[in-house]
Design a protein around this ligand. Structure first.
Ligand code: HEM
Ligand SMILES: *[C@@H]1O[C@H](CO)[C@@H](O)[C@H](O)[C@H]1NC(C)=O
Ligand SMILES: *[C@@H]1O[C@H](CO)[C@@H](O)[C@H](O)[C@H]1NC(C)=O
Length: 342
């Protein structure tokens, strides 16, 4: 031990000597001067270029929280109101996170088409990272090679025309089950939102997981918790030095618990697929496990990627689909003429 410490001390001395010697070396001094000068020039160039004409206008903001206090209860309305005042390209700060609000067609085209690569990655959010396996899925993965690979798996193997057609009978069966429920209710009122949510959930369950995970498991409750928590505002994402607030109000422990529950559920589903004799049934999990086993795409997919993709299908496909159907039904009820056509 003593020998070791002695050696360390010697080593440290030697190290100090060499660095000091380097600094005294005139060549080295020259190098450092040049480097310093370069960085000053670059900084000046950067600020004079970006500072004047190119920065979008911003409403005045408060220190530390930025413009968060201006969002109010209806952020979309507040943002609309602010953009009327500050223009179609407006820069806000949600805590320390810069947020560009784009509200004209021309500006949207610039962002989504001309410069789409610059804006292609989603912002990092603590909650998304936590649930979507640190961005090892499709939706939260940063733009790049991994995202491209995962996206190609989804587009070519899960959402291809052939696959969509092959699940036609699932959609029909679930649809008639729903119609049957409505018929049974006869003159009693039915909760259409609930029926449509159940329909979507059941269809996606059968397509992705191979069977319905309805009342007998905690699946529906899991998904509800997930949807709710994905929409929660996490202070730490926007104001890092206030991250402890998330911990105090119990958000962190809720996230951790739900992440473990969801992972456990998906693990169970994967295990079921690996154990059982699946015959020629091909749900999304089967397809992904087959790709993994046979290495049939040019890259490796690991277990986490499979779970992350499956989770994306639920997070991205469930409430989007039933909300759309709800709005369509609302439109139909409000326009009785269309009603006749339907
Ligand atoms: C009416 C139904 C749906 C609507 C309105 C909808 C809407 C959207 C929107 C606006 C995006 C963002 C696109 C972008 O950032 O460029 C998106 C992405 C995504 N959606 Fe959907 N979606 C629907 C159904 C579905 C379904 C059924 C699935 C899965 C089976 C799904 C899976 C995804 C995935 C994985 C992404 C991320 C794609 C990426 O990052 O490249 N969506 N969706
Ligand atoms: C119908 O179901 C939805 C979703 O489950 C629920 O939020 C809503 O309160 C229900 N409406 C009525 C009138 O029960
Ligand atoms: C929707 O599903 C849940 C649980 O899976 C069930 O308890 C509920 O009765 C279903 N609602 C309707 C309207 O079918």
């Amino acid at each position: 031990m003593a020998l070791y410490m002695y050696k360390r001390a010697e080593h440290q001395k030697l190290y100090n000597k060499t660095t000091l010697k380097n600094l005294k070396n005139p060549d080295m001094q020259m190098m450092i001067m040049i480097l310093l000068l370069c960085s000053v020039i670059i900084t000046i160039l950067f600020f004079t270029k970006g500072g004047k004409s190119n920065t979008p206008s911003s409403p005045p903001s408060l220190p530390l929280i930025g413009n968060l206090h201006q969002l109010g209860h209806h952020p979309h309305r507040s943002l609309c109101f602010l953009s009327h005042r500050y223009g179609p390209l407006m820069l806000l700060h949600f805590g320390s996170v810069p947020v560009l609000v784009v509200s004209s067609m021309e500006a949207a085209k610039e962002v989504l088409k001309t410069h789409d690569r610059v804006f292609a990655s989603r912002p990092r959010s603590k909650i998304f990272q936590k649930f979507l396996y640190d961005g090892q899925d499709v939706a939260a993965a940063p733009y790049g090679e991994y995202w491209r690979q995962m996206k190609s798996v989804c587009v070519l193997h899960l959402l291809s025309n052939k696959m969509v057609r092959s699940f036609g009978n699932v959609r029909e069966e679930e649809m008639s089950l729903m119609m049957e429920k409505i018929r049974k209710a006869s003159s009693l009122p039915v909760n259409l939102s609930e029926l449509l949510a159940n329909l979507t959930n059941d269809v996606i369950c059968r397509v992705a997981l191979g069977r319905k995970y309805g009342c007998e498991t905690d699946f529906k409750e899991l998904m509800e918790r997930l949807t709710r928590l994905l929409g929660v505002f996490s202070v730490g994402t926007y104001v890092p030095w206030l991250a402890w607030i998330d911990w105090i109000r119990g958000l962190d422990s809720q996230l951790e618990k739900l992440r473990n529950d969801v992972d456990e559920f998906l693990e169970r589903v994967l295990q079921d697929h690996e154990d059982g004799d699946r015959g020629d049934r091909t749900d999304f999990v089967d397809v992904l496990l087959k790709i993994q086993r046979e290495k049939s795409v040019g890259f490796d997919i690991d277990r986490v990627s499979i779970k992350a993709i499956i989770l994306d299908v639920f997070v991205g496909g469930t409430d989007t689909s039933y909300t759309l159907m709800e709005w369509v039904m609302l439109g139909v009820f409000k326009a009785p003429k269309t009603n006749v056509v339907v």
